[in-house]
Design a protein. Sequence first.
Length: 438
Amino acid sequence: MEQTTFFETDTSRPLAARLRPNTLAEFVGQKHLIGEGKILRRLIESDRISSMIFWGPPGVGKTTLARIIAGSTKAKFIDFSAVTSGIKEIRQVMQQAEENLRFGEKTILFIDEIHRFNKAQQDAFLPFVEKGSIILIGATTENPSFEVNGALLSRCKVFVLQSLSTEDLTELLKRALSDPRGFGTLDVRLSDDLLKVIAAFANGDARTALSTLEMVVLNSDLNGNTVTVTRESVEQSISKKSLLYDKNGEEHYNLISALHKSMRNSDPDAAIYWLARMLEAGEDPLYVARRIVRFASEDVGLADPRALEICVAAYQACHYIGMPECSVHLTQAVTYLSLAPKSNAMEVAYNAAREDAVKMLAEPVPLVIRNAPTKLMKELGYGKGYRYAHDYEDKLTSMQCLPDSLQGREYYRPTDQGLEPRFKERLQQIKDWKAAHR
């Protein structure tokens, strides 16, 4: 058993560790899972926990939630790291869990970064999960569909944890200032605006928010029992200048609007400037990447089909390496979009189709293009007369695919920009052929 020294105190531990919640009442965020009446809360309160996977970004409470579950269900909690453990350690833990079960004690095995285990290591858990020796709770920042074995995943319920909102983090920071485990014994003078700056900088990560607050308080002026936090001390602690803005406020939307409109107006210099303003203010690069992926189809579309490929690649690069390195990938994508020919035909087409779809939600699918997997469906005419385009020389048929009430509707209307004239010409050829063979 590890022993502490006389000189160690609770305040020597990081603020995030001192403030780790012990109950659901103290837990911040994830209301969609643990709010009153929500599924995970009901499972915990009724002690009907089964093996599960927590999937979400760093600092959203995956480990904390697993510890709360262990405490609420009176189970033994074993914290197991996929980074430092192998098959030998897995077997030792499984033996311990089976011993606990013989004495009527459940064991919750929490595996952080479960995606780092290879297939053989993940398979080693299977028999113990199946026979109930352990309740497995895995945590991962990666999509479990790709990173967790199908056999193991099928025996676990996946819960998706979301990034904490600025409001969640601000609430957490206020608690840290008032809680005796945090800075409750001090008179910390920190404005709500600066708390929001710290919360926005943390980008949904509670650990980052608390670590930043701790650095800010410890590096601010102490006069007796009073700590006065200034904007300068916050900026120094997070290495950001006064560019910081509330990601949920008006300036956030002003800047993303400026970026969009600069790209739409084919002004790469302005677009790069607004991109830099957002990133240097602490904006999540993945948010920017998502917006430009949308722009690639909304404002460029088939005028330059490569625009979407480049923007998706930029998003992936941001996901892999993060800031500050991914700034150059976003700059490349933003510049490409600014210089690309523009067409909003995709958005116009969808909006027109959506308007019809909403008005006529019950329009029947033409029988000719329905599937007919059963004998009855075939007898009712499902799929009767269907023509497989690949069986015909021109790879075209005059078969009707729109409902009768929408015959003749045109949603996609190509522009004359970039490559779209080629699609326009092809579309006209198709229409002419169908008219001639109808």
